[in-house]
Design a binder for this molecule. Structure first.
Ligand SMILES: [Co+2]
Length: 499
């Protein structure tokens, strides 16, 4: 058996470049089977090819793929009648189940709130659901959200992010669009995971923006944020949790600062704080950040950092995106305390592609011109982040390290020291290839681990990510969203009504 996102398919032929599956798809409202072809690459990932035999498919009636709706065929036309009758029974069972589910949903208060979000063609940015009853009839607590997102949306109809259309898709033929819709059906589980992570992010950040007050310690802020996010994501080992430590870098520090134990830093009324935190479900990561300030004198700097073109990412070389971001950001002059600065894009920071359990998956999205001409590709997930600065526009490592992450491709490295071995096993168990910080080692009961951690860094097993700083005295701002390049559109998954 071959498995692909919940779909069981039997392999028929296999070649170096891939193999082709011939499958009958039975739509729930149709008596006639429809035939699709799925082509897989040699790793078993579905490649771009699925085709319906019925050309006059209605636009809004994309077929529902379900493991029980699929019947295998080796292509012979004679198989059809038997396939149909078998499938019909299954279809009827499915129909009954769905009717029962719908009834249950009605009794629970119907599909109000975000219940219809997943099926909407072009939803507006997701609204916060906290004050509304969700399809499950559960109400989020206020002001501090404590009910896990998967309990708020038991039918997994998590809010869809902001949808942006591909300009190239406007001229596509109907059957090509059908193929793309089909691919999206196959990926629905992945979308649900990442949208659940996004909703946990939105609700956490909405709460924390109200929570942060001048004079609070950075540790207090991080612990409140992380405690909230852990609850909302319904933390469960490596299946759901925090994707990386809470960045709360201040002023000239642009990224990768979170307090270590004993850090007495408090946030001041004139500080510029970048809150950068991540959630994940099954390794599907939301990497999303905003800049928090109390003093309106920084508003223009924040505006400069946010005002970049959000369209046209897809099918554009990454270097063009960098040039566009830089041009927008550097067109701003901001005045802070009587001094005028031209905002600079920080040239050695960038957005990045994201894979499952892998926050930096290899491709970078520069925020200045002169980058590589690599393209973004369908199916990829990206964190688009911009950093504006009143300083040099260049960061360097400085201060004490808090962030660490296991090297994604590290193989077996022989370790002689027992303490290093033990620490590595704790890291593998709790964080895998996700980033972590010293506070997170403390909270799971580790102590006196610094020498072992240093040893693991020297052996190349773990990488240290020290704070990234521009010139002292300057201010840096950051905004970041996670986008999915879906076959039919771009989805800014982490979009909220806040940013
Ligand atoms: Co990022």
């Amino acid at each position: 058996m071959h498995w692909f996102t919940g779909l069981a398919v039997q392999s028929i032929t296999s070649e170096d470049e891939g193999y082709c599956e011939s499958i009958y798809l039975i739509g729930k409202k149709r008596a006639e089977p429809r035939k699709i072809f799925l082509v897989f690459d040699y790793l078993g990932s579905l490649k771009m090819s699925a085709k319906l035999s019925e050309p006059e498919e209605k636009k809004d009636d994309s077929p529902e793929l379900n493991i029980k709706d699929l019947e295998l065929s080796d292509g012979g036309e004679d198989d059809k009648p038997e396939q149909i009758s078998k499938s019909k029974k299954k279809r009827n069972r499915q129909k009954k189940k769905k009717e029962q589910a719908a009834e249950a949903a009605d009794q629970n208060g119907g599909a109000d709130g975000g219940g219809d979000a997943a099926t909407e063609k072009k939803p507006s940015p997701p609204q916060q659901q906290k004050q509304q009853k969700t399809p499950g009839g559960v109400k989020q607590t206020s002001p501090k959200p404590t009910i896990p997102i998967d309990e708020l949306f038991p039918n997994k109809n998590y809010p869809v992010g902001q949808i942006m259309e591909h300009s190239k898709l406007k001229n596509q033929k109907l059957d090509q669009m059908q193929e793309k819709k089909m691919l999206e059906k196959l990926n629905e589980d992945t979308y649900q995971d990442i949208r659940r992570a996004a909703e946990a992010h939105r609700q956490t950040r909405t709460y924390i923006r109200d929570f942060i007050k001048p004079g609070m310690s950075m540790i207090q802020i991080c612990e409140e944020l992380e405690g909230t996010a852990r609850k909302l994501i319904n933390e469960s080992g490596l299946n759901a949790g925090l994707a990386f430590p809470t960045g709360c870098s201040l002023n000239h520090v642009a990224a990768h600062y979170t307090p270590n134990a004993g850090d007495t830093t408090v946030i001041g009324v004139d500080d510029v704080c970048k809150i950068d935190f991540g959630t994940h479900v099954n390794g599907r990561i939301i990497d999303c950040a905003f800049t928090h300030t109390f003093n309106p004198k920084y508003d223009k700097l924040l505006e400069a950092d946010r005002d970049w073109d959000q369209g046209g990412w897809h099918r554009r070389p990454l270097c063009d995106i960098g040039a566009a971001i830089q041009e927008t950001m550097e067109s701003y002059e901001v005045e802070i305390d009587g001094k005028t600065y031209q905002v600079k894009a920080i040239r050695n920071l960038n957005g990045h592609s994201i894979d499952q359990y892998r926050i930096h998956a290899g491709k970078t999205v520069p925020i200045v011109k002169g980058g590589e001409a690599t393209m973004m590709e369908e199916g990829e997930v990206y964190a688009i982040e911009t950093f504006g600065s009143t300083g040099r526009g260049h960061v360097h490592d400085d201060m004490e390290t808090s962030h660490y992450m296991k090297n994604f491709f590290v193989g077996h490295v022989p370790l002689r020291q027992a303490k290093s071995k033990a620490l590595l096993s704790v890291i593998n168990q709790n964080f895998g290839t996700l980033a972590f910080c010293r506070r997170w080692l403390d909270r799971i009961g580790q102590s006196k681990y610094l020498l072992a951690l240093k040893d693991l860094c020297e052996k190349g097993v773990i990488e240290a990510y020290p704070p990234l700083c521009d010139a002292k005295g300057c201010y840096t701002a950051q905004f970041e969203h996670t986008i999915m390049l879906r076959p039919t559109c771009k989805e800014v998954v982490s979009r909220g009504d806040d940013y």
